[in-house]
Ligand binder design. Structure first.
Ligand SMILES: [Zn+2]
Length: 143
């Protein structure tokens, strides 16, 4: 399955300024590796793509699923749910998430790094705001 194909650059312009070139490099880095074609490791078990990281099935064994488990992880491009920027969920990050943090196998990356941090701060703030309220409610004598 191909989620994203690298955009074809027009080659009509032969000279670019250093500033233009730098902007292009930054944009490319931000997108991750455009050469990465994401191939679903659940469906494609035998033909490992380049850069695949082997999965530890024993560590995955405790994952709460009766479905398929991946034999490997591969860099997975995704679009941030909040800001829409394209990022790549690295194979090594997936391995850590599923095998060490014991994330559910159905779960996948949804937010870019900065939106993830913002979301975490928002949740912490909401929790800090709601906790005293909840406590006060509990302490109130029942009528
Ligand atoms: Zn984002």
């Amino acid at each position: 399955m191909v989620l994203r194909t690298p955009s074809k650059e027009k080659k009509t312009q032969s000279f670019k300024s250093g500033k233009q070139r730098r902007a292009e490099i930054v944009a490319r880095r931000r997108k991750g590796n455009p050469a990465v074609e994401w191939i679903d490791p659940l469906l494609n078990k035998d033909n490992w793509p380049k850069g695949a990281v082997a999965a530890n099935l024993e560590a995955l064994g405790r994952n709460n699923t009766y479905g398929l488990l991946p034999n490997y992880y591969v860099d997975k491009p995704f679009k941030c749910r909040d800001c829409g920027i394209e990022e790549v969920w690295r194979a090594t990050q997936q391995k850590w998430y599923y095998e060490v943090a014991k994330g559910r196998i159905e779960a996948t990356a949804a937010r870019c790094k900065s939106c993830r941090r913002k979301e975490r701060e928002r949740k912490e703030k909401a929790r800090a705001a709601s906790l005293p309220g909840l406590l006060a409610k509990r302490m109130r004598p029942q009528s």
